[in-house]
Design a protein. Structure first.
Ligand code: ADP
Length: 192
């Protein structure tokens, strides 16, 4: 089982490009954000608790997202591996992921980083707010909190994976979705 991480700040295009990668390489896309939104839609206890944090642009507890990841690894069959999107988001989650994978005889095989500037984050998120109807996309203060959370908690992962030689970044500030998809697929093709 291979594990690839689709990394990048909010609005970088992880959800937009995930499908092209998973189809080409027969991977299962696991977006912790999407799984959490499904819990909210289903009105579960977990969803009700997560919603408050998500609406404020803060992270939900590690145990919540890690439980979702472990259950995916233990139940999903018939794929070559997983494309993790939105996880890990902290060094602690990255360390926990290493342990989760080690227990199952797997490892992180590569990190695909879609990089955009803070200004592009603001533009992309406010642009998709109407289209997707996410509460956390509609409020500029929440967007700023997500940008701060990204820089303080998630960005340190770049060094974590660089030190292991697993980090591969492309600049997606410019370009159409089609052009950027081709860039993403050529990066993945080089991962072997
Ligand atoms: P975006 O890429 O726009 O930030 P996501 O769908 O990945 O959107 O995440 C939405 C929200 O879900 C986050 O702001 C956070 O509250 C929560 N979330 C998603 N993944 C994680 C995670 N790995 N750890 C903690 N919280 C998470």
């Amino acid at each position: 089982m291979k594990t690839f991480i689709l990394f990048g700040p909010p609005g970088a295009g992880k959800g937009t490009h995930a499908g092209a990668i998973t189809q080409k390489y027969n991977l299962r896309h696991i977006s912790t954000g999407e799984l959490l939104r499904a819990e909210i839609a289903a009105g579960t206890k977990l969803g009700i608790e997560a919603k408050k944090l998500m609406d404020a642009g803060s992270l939900v507890p590690d145990s919540v997202v890690e439980g979702m990841i472990e259950s995916a690894y233990d139940t999903v069959k018939g794929v070559e591996g997983f494309l993790l999107d939105g996880f890990p988001r902290t060094i602690r989650q990255a360390q926990d992921l290493d342990a989760i994978l080690q227990k199952r005889g797997a490892k992180v095989d590569g990190v695909i980083s879609l990089m955009i500037s803070d200004d592009t984050i603001r533009k992309r998120i406010s642009g998709r707010a109407l289209a997707e109807g996410r509460a956390d996309d509609a409020d500029p203060e929440v967007i700023e909190n997500r940008i701060r959370t990204y820089h303080s908690q998630t960005e340190p992962l770049i060094g974590y994976y660089k030190a292991q030689g697993k980090y591969h970044e492309i600049d997606l500030n410019e370009g159409s979705i089609e052009v950027n998809r081709a860039k993403v697929l050529s990066l993945v093709a080089g991962l072997g």
